[in-house]
Write a protein that binds this ligand. Structure first.
Ligand SMILES: Cc1cc2nc3c(=O)[nH]c(=O)nc-3n(C[C@H](O)[C@H](O)[C@H](O)COP(=O)(O)OP(=O)(O)OC[C@H]3O[C@@H](n4cnc5c(N)ncnc54)[C@H](O)[C@@H]3O)c2cc1C
Length: 146
């Protein structure tokens, strides 16, 4: 679980129940449009792959339902796609984030980027560092092109 130990502890204190080795299969709604059931399947750890990580594998016939009033899908994070989707000249990296050089310069002359939109989900400190680096690069760019 990629989280800090204290975050897991605090979540448990607030009543969050972690259900390990379980994969969601389907959200089954009611005729009125509300979710009513989360269908899940038990998993077990298979043999290690090349990286040494044991891959979860579905246990046949282990499906079960969790009754629910609301299902909140919170799997992973991604950058707001509005900017990247509406700027066709903006080169993206293999993860769909903005591609930049070591100064934060994008494929559009005079446009710089940093932070999560470049790195994917990262940290405040890295975003601040990118901002400082880009500010210096923007200054140089303006002196050169101004
Ligand atoms: C739940 C959660 C917990 C986190 N906890 C931590 C933590 O404890 N410590 C830590 O260091 N990091 C944490 N992070 C990560 C951290 O929040 C981010 O790495 C950081 O905020 C990235 O900064 P940013 O400036 O790149 O992006 P953001 O902070 O996301 O800022 C981008 C801004 O651009 C705006 N925007 C988007 N599209 C447009 C547009 N088209 N036009 C104009 N404005 C636009 C957005 O509204 C937003 O205000 C956490 C993230 C999440 C989601």
């Amino acid at each position: 679980m990629p989280a800090r130990v204290e975050e897991i502890k605090h979540a448990k204190e607030e009543g969050v129940e972690f259900v390990m080795l379980t994969a969601p299969l389907a959200i089954i709604g009611t005729a009125e449009g509300w979710s009513a059931t989360l269908r899940c399947q038990r998993m077990e750890l298979g043999p290690p792959d090349e990286s040494g990580r044991r891959k979860p594998m579905a246990v046949d016939g282990s499906e079960y339902d969790i009754p629910a009033d609301v299902v909140v899908n919170a799997v992973g994070t991604g950058a707001n796609p509005l900017l990247t989707a509406t700027a066709p000249d903006l080169k993206l990296n293999r993860w769909g984030n903005i591609a930049v050089d070591e100064n934060g310069a994008t494929s559009i002359a005079g446009a710089f980027a940093g932070g999560d939109i470049v790195r994917g989900g990262a940290t405040v400190i890295l975003a601040m560092g990118d901002g400082k680096q880009a500010a210096a690069a923007i200054n140089s760019y303006l002196i050169e092109h101004g």
